[in-house]
Design a protein. Sequence first.
Length: 163
Amino acid sequence: MKNKTDFPISNIDTIKRCEFKEVVDVWEASVRATHHFLKEEDIEYFKPLILNTYLDAVKLRCIRTSDNKIAGFMGVVKNNLEMLFVHPNYIGKGIGKTLIMYAVEHMKVSRVDVNQQNEKAIGFYKNYGFYVIRRSEFDASGKPYPILHMALKIKNYPQQQQL
């Protein structure tokens, strides 16, 4: 089944450690555009963690612009999509779609955690076959941002229910 995207899956690229600062810049721009529920101190708290800890812990993939800048990226551990962020200049252009399709098809992603306040992201993942399996009151850092744990629907299993 071929899905039309503005960025074909063949455009998926790896990210070098020397590009981590650029990745954090994309993360911050994306978060500021989409995570209005976060406080400034939370953004500042997460920036060094992402740069110095989180990016080393995931398998990173990205889509680049024509001038080789990172337009969007994702990080995967086993079958978990740990992060997917698109620079605000490229939201709505098929980058998130291409990244999630690649993650599911080539990296065997079947789970993702999403901030409950990020309704657009929840809708995005639902559109690609994920459903809520449980909720946590706090994020992984213990901050009071509820998390929805989502799993990919498996075809031919109609007993799965939406929460």
